[in-house]
Design a protein around this ligand. Sequence first.
Ligand code: ATP
Ligand code: MG
Length: 277
Amino acid sequence: RVKREDFMNALEEVQPAFGVAKEELEQVVQNGIIHYSPIVDEILRSGELFVDQVRVSTRTPLVSVLLHGPPGSGKTALAATIAQSSQYPFMKLLSPDSMVGFSEAQKVASIAKVFQDSYKSPLSVIVVDNLERLLDFTPIGPRFSNSVLQTLMVLLARRPPKGRRLLILATSSNRPVLTDLGLSEIFDAELRVPPIATLRALDIVLREVELFQRDDERRRAVGMLAQAGFSDAEDADAMDARTTVGIKKLLSMVEMARQEPDAAAERLMSALMGLGM
Ligand code: ATP
Ligand code: MG
């Protein structure tokens, strides 16, 4: 007997995988991309070149790129933005968030399924988000899922079937671990996603999010933030600054500060000061 459940399952099966995946990609860039530094544009531009390479080159049916950087530096959002703008017929976000409560075997199966599905499309992009979490890596032990590791090793390096092309964009906040596990050599290229280190970048973000009504208020706040250890050099990177902050954390600090409009600068300042210590 056909039950309602079977009917619903069947409906789910015929649903085009792309539409759903597209929403997933959109969701992780909810807050948009703020162009706070030339590095942001460089990363997006590099991503675009890989997208073009996979589209036109017959010699490289598989290109894999690792976006790595400290927690919250914007890796997932940038990878998703690159994937989305590819406009490939198959786009998919493979994220540990969608595998909460999965057994190792279920994880392996769902990872394999995404790659299998991609092989049916002439042109595909898969974002493999947060590799170390996908691997269930824990520094204590240290421990990780060997079966997920073996699966990824194979799938990240496997050429798609003839006539199919695949771009893999993976993200990680823990590149050293990937190296230890033998995963980092697999990638064709790496893009480093640095945190925010300069006052100039902070200023651009604060302007974009409209935390302050007036320009002089914002500039006063940025002036204060110099004390928090951000660099005032134009082209400083994380090395030159005593304090850095990921865009993800900065945006949540901004929302906190917004709750107290009269003391927004102070709230932001104390949140950022906490980082330098
Ligand atoms: P985690 O280390 O926790 O995985 P992450 O590095 O993947 O974090 P995201 O989850 O991508 O960071 O968070 C970045 C957030 O900042 C997103 O909400 C994104 O919309 C927003 N954002 C704004 N501007 C940028 C930018 N230039 N680059 C990346 N993200 C940005
Ligand atoms: Mg992420």
